[in-house]
Design a protein around this ligand. Sequence first.
Ligand code: FNR
Length: 346
Amino acid sequence: QHSSLLLPPRKMPYDYRNKVMLAPMVRVGTLPSRLLALQYGADLVYSEEIIDHRMIRAKRTYNPHLHSVDFVQPDGTVIFRTCPAERGKLVFQMGTADPARAVAVARLVMHDVLAVDVNMGCPKSYSTDGGMGAALLKHPDKIHAILTALVAAVGEHVHVTCKIRVLATVEETVALAKMIESTGVSALAVHCRLTHERPREPGHPDMLKPIVDALSIPVIANGGSLDIVSHDDIEAFRQRTGCASVMVARAAQNNPSVFRPEPLVPRLEMARQLLRTGIEWDNPSGNTKFCINTLANDGSWVTPHGFTQCESHAAMCPFLGIDPAEVVAIQERRRAAAVLERERDG
Ligand code: FNR
């Protein structure tokens, strides 16, 4: 086991105020999207949610070719990869309904991430059937048990946070938020929609201020993407909700450059950057393709016929005007950089 990527053994202090964050997003929140979000100005990036059962089976390994830390399943699949550019800026999000499993997952990742977060907002049946995600909102006792177990077991090493949705009334939501605060979490993210509300519905940003007023820990506002087209809209959402910080999902999925004050990077250029970053970090090509496909269509590039059939990074290159020979060049550059980074990190 290579220790060079490890965070300090004690929890790094972190000020959760005035931050913009890449929200957790299944399939979208993999390493290339997170790196681009950071490059364009996100302060903190969340991993996609990974279910505790899957993560518990993974083994932490150091990858010398990339200078990354990989969490690898018994069949060799890398389910979570992180690299030095994310150090101190990465939150691992888990899906769990069980304190012991949550603690086991947190122990596995705690030296590689700033915080561990529990998803308490996912309305999809694959989460709620297992008692995870938004199903937890109906069981405050379970929320309490999971968070207190995490804070007791790993709270000295990482921040513990969670992400909820609003409940039917402000009073119920405030009561839940106060209970969550009492467990010792560092911050609370709130998606301002009810569990049954669809992403296209406007949500209830005005329900967030009373939560902010009732808590002393920072509250992170989420659910504003319908009104977030550019960087300035993120701050407008923060001010409207009175929250300490903002977490952005769909607007960042549409274009990771939403985190920068300058105009958005055109889709074609963003697609090229995702592809090059995917190649550099040996991301599964199907995932890179998925992330490119979900970039918002701004007219600068329409996914050409045949792109969806691509089965490798090299096959995607010509569609984006990239010479396929660049694939090897990028891989060689990463290997050379990894050697230098290994020496630097000791
Ligand atoms: C999500 N969301 C989500 N939430 C979460 O806690 N864990 C997750 O893994 C995911 N996965 C996910 C995937 C995709 C493709 C989308 C669009 C959303 C919900 C997300 O984090 C956020 O709460 C909502 O999208 C609302 O925020 P925005 O989009 O209005 O900024």
